[in-house]
Design a binder for this molecule. Sequence first.
Ligand code: ATP
Length: 334
Amino acid sequence: MGSISLQNVSKHFGAFKAIPSLNLEIDDGEFVVFVGPSGCGKSTLLRLIAGLEDVSGGKIIIDGKDVTHASASQRRLAMVFQSYALYPHMSVRSNIAFPLKMAGLEKAEIDRKVNDAARILNLGDYLDRKPRELSGGQRQRVAIGRAIVRQPTAFLFDEPLSNLDAALRVNMRLEISELHQTLKTTMIYVTHDQVEAMTMADKIVVLNRGRIEQVGSPMELYRNPANLFVAGFIGSPKMNLIGGAYAVSKQAATVGIRPEHISWSREKGPWSGTIVIAEHLGSDTFLHVEVDDVGLVTVRAEGAFEGSHGDRLFLIPDETKLYRFDKEGIALSP
Ligand code: ATP
């Protein structure tokens, strides 16, 4: 079991209220991603749950038990950091076995658990190597292995992939998702990468300045962002946010439209503009177009798009896919 409940949780550093007051329910077995810009309080919140920081106020309940003042070890949570935190002089086997040895388990039991973790993580061939003889991805798998053997109530990941190169990040992302499907243990995962959040989460918690902006499934946040902050944060490339006369004509302070909901034409269309940059990604082309009377607009075009800086182009926004926001940035009903 691994349900986690945060009730009016706050954290102050001196006069600075990093987390003013926050409520959140995490269900047993959920994969929850905390996402938000640098400094929004993601790591602080994770460290409060882990018991690595004391709360300034409020309660933390794990599996129905109040653990607000319990030590980190009493909470039976496993934390995986971006820095791996492996023991350099120990083999992979000893690194994974370490928490079990500390807990006083018998050798046969330790061997069985280490072998199980190694099998799940494809580390079987590396058990006798030292961390320095492994790639970054393999090291991260060892760190995860060391967490798995403890059979924690929940796994807490703090930006575990940020030291890896782009291709490896994608692989490890899939591996962690598979691991969640295998173990079905609650996982909380901190990242500032909204693609990781979208692809891994059952539930995304969008944080901004220590407050929750919105909680929901990836598609809920993509389809129905509650406000401008979430609208601008979820989705890649970012939603176009347009103010001025165009918004006023739609009875809003700001109108949003996603790059994938704008098509283009060489002949005609409601918007005309000039390509500032065409980014060719192979599968897609992202066009950044300066539209007359509207401003800079990003369009997702097909990979075969031919055109470049300076070309004139007409754009056709799909009017059924517009988002409208009031002057406080709150989403208006369609
Ligand atoms: P990043 O993505 O950059 O790691 P984050 O969202 O994880 O950011 P936190 O590390 O949780 O952000 O920090 C939240 C806020 O609290 C920041 O403004 C940070 O400067 C502040 N903060 C964190 N730890 C301390 C501390 N020990 N003392 C004072 N301020 C702190």
